[in-house]
Ligand binder design. Structure first.
Ligand code: ZN
Ligand code: ZN
Length: 160
C-alpha cells in the first residue's frame, strides 16, 4: 500500500498517512495543526497522478536513502574498530571493518526502493505502483517550479 509523508505547514514535521478517498484533513501529531488533503481512488491503489497536498502533477523519483542509517553504521564501525585496537587486535581487522561497512552500505543502497517526491510541496510517496512512469530529478524543472511557480502539468521537460 502506498504511504504518503506530508510536511506539516506549521512546524515542518513529517505526517505519515495511508491514502483514503474519504479523508480530507490530516492532523500533525506534533503541533496538532490541521491541513487539507485531496485523495482519490488512484491514490488508494497506489497510483500517483495528482499530489494530494498541492494538486500538482510534477514528481520525481529517487532512492529512499536513509541518511541516519548510514551514519549509524559508520559510528558502529568506529566503535568496533576502537574496541579492536584497545584489545590489541591485528590492525588488519581494523581495516576490514570499514571494508565490511562499505560492502554493507553498497548492498543496502542497491536494495533501496524508489520513492516519488512532489517538486512543489516536497510530499514523499512510498510504494507507488506507477513509479516507473516517474522521471528522475530534473534541475531545470525544479528551479522553474520552486522559483517561478511554473506548472508542468505532469509533462516532464526531459521525457525519454
Ligand atoms: Zn506540525
Ligand atoms: Zn505537492
Amino acid at each position: 500500500m502506498m504511504t504518503v509523508q506530508f510536511t506539516c505547514k506549521n512546524c515542518g514535521s513529517g505526517i505519515h498517512v495511508y491514502p483514503e478517498a474519504s479523508a480530507h484533513k490530516i492532523e500533525c501529531d506534533i503541533c496538532k495543526n490541521v491541513q487539507e488533503v485531496v485523495f482519490d481512488h488512484n491514490h488508494e491503489q497506489g497510483i500517483l497522478k495528482d499530489c494530494p497536498c498541492c494538486s500538482r502533477k510534477d514528481f520525481y523519483a529517487q532512492k529512499d536513502f536513509n541518511r541516519k542509517l548510514g551514519v549509524m553504521l559508520f559510528v558502529l564501525a568506529a566503535i568496533v574498530s576502537t574496541v579492536m585496537l584497545y584489545f590489541g587486535i591485528n590492525p588488519l581487522w581494523y581495516l576490514s571493518t570499514f571494508i565490511v561497512l562499505y560492502a554493507l552500505d553498497f548492498v543496502l543502497f542497491r536494495r533501496l526502493k524508489q520513492i516519488a517526491i512532489c517538486y512543489k510541496c516536497q510530499t514523499i510517496f512510498r510504494d507507488v505502483s506507477n513509479i516507473h512512469e516517474i522521471p528522475d530529478f530534473n534541475h531545470e524543472m525544479n528551479d522553474r517550479i520552486i522559483y517561478s511557480d511554473h506548472n508542468f502539468h505532469g509533462k516532464p521537460l526531459d521525457h525519454h
